[in-house]
Design a protein around this ligand. Structure first.
Ligand SMILES: Nc1ncnc2c1ncn2[C@@H]1O[C@H](COP(=O)(O)OP(=O)(O)OP(=O)(O)O)[C@@H](O)[C@H]1O
Ligand SMILES: [Mg+2]
Length: 307
C-alpha cells in the first residue's frame, strides 16, 4: 500500500519549513524551521511538550495547511506550486489522517463514513461500499457497518476513523494523539492495530503521542520543542526492551533531506477537488450537509481534512 507515490520518492520531504500564525496582529511562530524526510513504510513517533508545534507540523506534513516558509514536498510534489484543489487531490491520494477526537460524521453510518473519501475519487456507490466494508473488516468492524458513531464505543469509533484514513490506500498515515481519548486498554488495542497496518500494508505511520512508552515502540522518534526538531533518532530496539539505546543522538535531524523530483507524474483528478477525509463537500443527508466536528473545512485547512 503505497498510494500514488512515484517510485523512489520520499513520501514527504520538509526543508526548513516554518509556520507563523497571525493572531490579532500578533505573530505566533509555531514552527521555526523544520527539516525531515518521511520514507514509505516508516514508523515515526513525534513527541514534545504541549504547544511545541506537533499538531502544526502534522497539518503541514499532510497538506492541510501551507508553510509560511521553506520547502514542502508531498508525494513528489512541491505544495507551493499547487492550487487549493490540486493540494486537496494530492492529500486524498497520498495522506490519511486520524485525530484524537475521531471526527466522524455523527449522522452517517460507519460504512458511509469510511466510503466518503472515495466519493472524491469518482468511484461508483457500489464499489465505494464494497471497499469501505472490506476496510472495516480489516479493522475488526465487519459486523458494525450500519452503526452510527453514537452507537459505537470510543475504540470502535477510532477504528472507523482509521478505516476511513486507509480506504484510499495512502502512502502515509498521520495520527495526532490517536489514543488520547481512549482508556488504556482500548488505546493499546488501537495502537496495535495501527502498528499491524503499518507492518502489513507498508503505509508509513507518523504518530504524535504524549506517552513516552508509546513513543518507545516506534523505530524512529522525533522530539519537537519550541517549534524546532530537537532530536530525530532511529532505534534498533524499542526503549522498553532494555539497553537498546538510540542509534544516533544528534541534536539535528538525522534524516538527510533528499532531492525529490518537483514534478512527478501527473495526477489526473479522479474527483472534484478530492479529500483525504470527512470534511469539505459532503454528500447530503436528510438534514442537509453534515459536517464532522474538527478542523475548519475551508479551502486551505480542511477540505481534505479529517482523514
Ligand atoms: N490557529 C492558530 N492560531 C494561532 N496560534 C496557534 C494556532 N494553532 C496553534 N497555535 C499556536 O502554535 C503553537 C503550537 O501549537 P500546536 O497545536 O502545534 O502544539 P502541540 O505541540 O500540538 O500541542 P498539544 O500537545 O497541546 O496538542 C502554540 O503556541 C499554539 O498556541
Ligand atoms: Mg496538538
Amino acid at each position: 500500500m503505497t498510494g500514488a507515490l512515484p517510485t523512489g520518492v520520499p513520501a514527504i520531504e520538509a526543508v526548513d519549513v516554518s509556520r507563523t500564525y497571525e493572531l490579532d496582529g500578533v505573530s505566533v511562530p509555531a514552527l521555526r524551521g523544520v527539516s525531515l524526510t518521511i520514507d514509505p513504510g516508516e514508523y515515526v513517533a513525534v513527541i514534545g511538550p504541549s504547544g511545541s508545534g506537533k499538531s502544526t507540523l502534522m497539518h503541514l506534513l499532510g497538506g492541510l495547511d501551507r508553510p509560511s516558509g521553506g520547502r514542502l514536498v508531498i508525494g513528489g510534489r512541491d505544495v507551493t506550486t499547487l492550487s487549493a484543489p490540486e493540494l486537496a487531490t494530492l492529500r486524498n491520494r497520498t495522506i490519511g489522517f486520524v485525530f484524537q477526537a475521531f471526527h466522524l460524521l455523527p449522522r452517517t453510518s460507519a460504512v458511509d463514513n469510511v466510503a466518503l473519501p472515495l466519493v472524491y475519487r469518482g468511484i461508483g456507490a457500489r464499489q465505494r461500499r464494497d471497499r469501505a466494508a472490506a476496510m472495516l473488516g480489516r479493522v475488526g468492524l465487519g459486523h458494525r457497518l450500519d452503526h452510527r458513531p453514537n452507537q459505537l464505543s470510543g475504540g470502535e469509533q477510532q477504528r472507523v476513523a482509521i478505516a476511513r484514513a486507509l480506504v484510499t490506500d495512502p502512502a502515509v498515515l498521520l495520527a495526532d494523539e490517536p489514543t488520547g481519548n481512549l482508556d488504556t486498554g482500548t488505546g493499546e488495542a488501537v495502537l496495535e492495530l495501527l502498528e499491524q497496518l503499518n507492518a502489513e500494508s507498508g503505509v508509513a505511520l507518523v504518530m504524535v503521542t504524549h506517552d513516552q512508552e508509546v513513543a518507545a515502540r516506534a523505530r524512529r522518534r522525533i522530539a519537537v520543542r519550541d517549534g524546532l526538531i530537537r532530536s530525530d533518532t532511529f532505534h534498533d530496539r524499542p526503549l522498553s526492551g532494555g539497553d537498546g539505546g538510540p542509534a544516533t543522538l544528534d541534536p539535528a535531524p538525522s534524516a538527510e533531506p533528499r532531492s525529490a523530483s518537483g514534478s512527478g507524474p501527473g495526477h489526473p483528478s479522479g474527483g472534484s477537488g478530492g479529500a483525504a477525509g470527512a470534511t469539505g463537500r459532503l454528500p447530503r443527508t436528510s438534514g442537509g450537509p453534515e459536517r464532522a466536528p474538527g478542523p475548519r473545512p475551508d479551502a486551505e485547512t480542511g477540505s481534505g481534512g479529517a482523514g
